[in-house]
Write a protein that binds this ligand. Structure first.
Ligand code: NAP
Length: 265
């Protein structure tokens, strides 16, 4: 069976890579692009893609579904657009594979209920890179023995949300095995607002944004006289693509929403 795929966010850094990946991938067909502005009739009209990429571009999701009947929608857009895209996909019986980060907890709950009620697979993956998934799993394991932890996530300076989905997900996974606890001196005082970073159940998350970076994270565990650092680096966006194709194939066999690749690999 050939899996029909639509992509939202195809002009972006991740989207461009995903377009090439799906087009080259045996067993998948890129049938449509979802955009929010009329940038051309097909991808071939855009300078960033070869002339033989005759994949139609739609600004209307209903028309896209009616005319191209995708099995899966891959979303690589931004935190403002992704919730509506995911919801619309589920409503139209298109399985979402979501790489975009920045959902609120309420949105995740609502989408989970919708996916379950429709018995539709939906994968929301804050990080598609296998190494990053292992980093989170190892961090959860380490926190059982070294519960004092701080997270430093580092991304390119065009990223809209902070902390990163991966940073937050790491903290959530650690919180599964660690009782909430304050860290640092009980009387510590920030002399400059934000100096200690964001806080999740006592864990501090620091967000670095610099040109030249892609996606990087260190999880630091401090113990008596020792420091354990678990680090992952994505040096380019190809590092995410095996996760994208894995999810496109896997989501077809699922009947509910899964948040985080670590739950299915
Ligand atoms: P990007 O370069 O800014 O690309 C986003 C693209 O989406 C832009 O071309 C933007 O167009 C387009 N867009 C915005 N609103 C849209 C809408 N309503 N419909 C269709 N397209 C829309 O960002 P990126 O670096 O590719 O990252 C995209 C998302 O993936 C971000 O949320 C990022 O955090 C996430 N990400 C996830 C992973 C992962 O492993 N899960 C890895 C890296 C990044 P305009 O520029 O014209 O507005």
């Amino acid at each position: 069976m050939t899996i029909k795929v639509a992509i939202a966010g195809a002009r972006g850094k991740m989207g461009i890579e995903a377009v090439h990946t799906v087009i080259k991938r045996e067993g998948m067909e890129l049938v449509a692009i979802l955009d929010y502005k009329q940038v051309g009739q097909t991808l071939a009209d855009l300078d960033i893609f070869p002339e033989n990429y005759k994949v139609p571009i739609y600004t209307d999701f209903c028309a896209l579904v009616e005319e191209t009947k995708p099995d899966v929608l891959v979303d690589l857009t931004n935190p403002h657009a992704v919730y509506e895209h995911t919801k619309q996909a589920l409503v139209h019986n298109v399985r979402p594979v979501i790489g975009t980060t920045g959902f609120t907890d309420e949105q995740l709950v609502e989408l989970k209920e919708l996916a379950a009620s429709k018995k539709m697979g939906c994968i929301i993956a804050p990080n598609f890179a296998i190494g990053a998934i292992l980093m989170m799993k190892f961090a959860r394991e380490a926190a059982k023995y070294l519960p004092n932890v701080e997270i430093i996530e580092m991304h390119h300076d065009n990223k809209l949300d902070a902390p990163s989905g991966t940073g937050l997900k790491t903290a959530q996974m650690i919180a599964e095995v660690r009782d909430p606890k304050g860290q640092g001196h009980p009387n510590e005082k920030e002399m400059m607002q934000g100096a200690r970073g964001a806080e999740f159940e006592g864990m501090h998350i620091h967000s670095v944004r610099l040109p030249g970076l892609v996606a990087h994270q260190q999880v630091l565990f401090g113990g008596e006289g020792q420091l354990l650092t678990i680090r992952h680096d994505s040096f380019n966006r190809e590092s995410f693509m095996s996760g994208v194709t894995f999810c496109i194939e896997r989501v077809l066999d699922m009947e509910d929403l899964v948040y985080g690749l670590e739950n299915i690999i």
